[in-house]
Design a protein around this ligand. Structure first.
Ligand SMILES: [Zn+2]
Length: 120
């Protein structure tokens, strides 16, 4: 549970306190991808491994597809099948709005996967 919370809040996977990104606000797009090399609280090594960005790309895809299923299926049951084109349009708009968050959550999921073996 602590790992999920620290992933959603973009905190260090070890101490769950310090932010992993230089700017905690994901909507400051010029600093969206800037990550710290070491955790300022616990000095945990947050250096990206080879293939980190490739893994992040897949994580971003998985998060986007999961979000779309969670949004589209209940919305089409509630509003009816005639609404599906509009629901897909709304889903697309939501994905564009949430893109910086999804980008960072994908990086956090990749970071957690890449560093979980270091914490043992
Ligand atoms: Zn830390």
């Amino acid at each position: 549970m602590a790992n999920l919370k620290s992933t959603l809040l973009c905190r260090c996977p070890k101490c769950h306190e310090a932010s992993v990104f230089e700017d905690p606000n994901p909507y400051h797009l010029t600093k969206l991808s800037k990550m710290v090399k070491r955790c300022p609280k616990c000095d945990f090594d947050l250096e990206n491994e080879t293939g980190f960005h490739f893994l992040s790309m897949y994580m971003s895809y998985i998060i986007s597809v999961a979000f779309s299923f969670i949004f589209i299926i209940p919305a089409s049951f509630i509003l009816g099948l005639d609404w599906i084109p509009r629901i897909i349009l709304i889903n697309t708009i939501l994905l564009v709005i949430l893109w910086p968050l999804i980008f960072r959550w994908a990086r956090m999921a990749s970071l957690w996967a890449a560093t979980s073996f270091k914490m043992e």
